[in-house]
Design a protein around this ligand. Structure first.
Ligand code: SF4
Length: 209
């Protein structure tokens, strides 16, 4: 599995140190290449295309070995990390190095999320809108909300620690949509969402440094 991950995980960016991408932990962020959605406010649009990325996975691992004892956690972000079949192998390698594993996901692949949850210590889970047609408009994909709700159910039943985050896209979310989203989350037994402005703090550098 390790050799497969090294050969195939497509990485579009790497931030070697951050204090804001895994609550309470010093972490590095691996930005996985590729995402099937097209949210208008995407702050990492260069990560949307399913290309081979710009960072060899072996180079990322070398950087992480240098940071053993200094960093607490490695966060897989994107793009959409669960879009890549190599993700479980890459996470396993990170865990073998002694790091906690964080995952940022928009939840569009429930089966793949279920496969990596046993390897994950914390999830930052994006919920973009109430579970209805607003999701389709925001992501420019039909039926986008259906797998997200299923992924959230899987996450909640896994007992993995998590934070739900929602980008406050005023073009798609008015006051009543925000209230409806919180009502739906409460009904599912989830924590309230954390509202974010349209530009999160970490964006992926496009080239290896
Ligand atoms: S799900 Fe995330 S990475 Fe994908 S297009 Fe939307 S904001 Fe960008």
């Amino acid at each position: 599995m390790s050799a497969t991950a090294r050969a195939t995980l497509a990485v579009g960016g790497f931030v070697p140190f951050t204090t804001v991408d895994y609550p309470g932990k010093l972490s590095a962020v691996v930005f996985c290449q590729g995402c099937p959605w097209r949210c208008g406010y995407c702050h990492n649009a260069h990560l949307q295309a399913f290309t081979t990325g710009v960072w060899p996975w072996a180079a990322i691992l070398s950087r992480l070995v240098e940071r053993q004892g200094f960093l607490d956690a490695i966060v897989f972000s994107g793009g959409e990390p669960t879009a890549q079949a190599a993700l479980p192998g890459a996470m396993a390698e990170v865990k073998e190095l002694g790091f906690l594993v964080g995952l940022h996901t928009a939840g569009m692949y429930p089966g793949r999320l279920a496969a990596v949850l046993p390897l994950v210590d914390w999830v930052g889970f994006d919920v973009k809108a109430p579970f209805d047609g607003k999701y389709d408009a925001l992501t420019q994909r039909d039926g986008a909300w259906l797998p997200v709700r299923e992924s959230l159910r899987l996450l909640l039943s896994s007992k993995v620690d998590y934070q739900i985050r929602t980008t406050l896209a005023r073009t798609h979310l008015d006051g009543s949509a925000c209230s409806e989203l919180q009502r739906q989350l409460h009904a599912l037994g989830a924590k309230p969402t954390q509202w974010q402005t349209c530009r999160p703090p970490a964006t992926a550098p496009q080239n290896p440094a």
